[in-house]
Design a binder for this molecule. Structure first.
Ligand SMILES: [Zn+2]
Length: 126
């Protein structure tokens, strides 16, 4: 099992996390049982609830402390559904985010500002 808190701290180089944005990403969240639901499914496979497809409203910018309850949740990072939300976590130097490939998740980061001698990445591939 994995959790986003430990992944983010690994990528932050010890810098404080200044802000976090959390969303269901490509998945949906069941409003009843709070499980992640594949975006192409209309109903939650666990409880059958019709899942709200208009979820991208009112997504706040959180402090690290406000985000921690979500970031501390354990999830399976292997193939299948992502199991964790999409996030942007901001430090002074980095923007840290989740990458997924067929639901297998990992953590990535890019410089927050234009930076020389950085090798750009192409996350999402095998
Ligand atoms: Zn449900």
């Amino acid at each position: 099992m994995s959790n986003l808190k430990s992944w983010i701290l690994e990528q932050s180089d010890g810098e404080p996390v200044l802000a976090v944005i959390i969303s269901p990403g490509d998945n949906d969240i069941c409003p009843v049982c709070k499980n992640y639901v594949f975006s192409w499914e209309a109903n939650c496979p666990d409880c059958g609830t019709l899942v709200d497809k208009f979820k991208f409203l009112n997504i706040p910018v959180l402090t690290w402390e406000e985000a921690l309850p979500e970031l501390e949740k354990e999830f399976n990072s292997g193939y299948g559904i992502s199991g964790c939300p999409a996030i942007y976590a901001y430090t002074k130097t980095w923007v840290i985010f989740v990458s997924t490939y067929d639901g297998s998740t990992s953590i990535k980061r890019i410089p927050r500002n234009p930076t020389a001698n950085i090798n750009p990445i192409m996350p999402g591939g095998g």
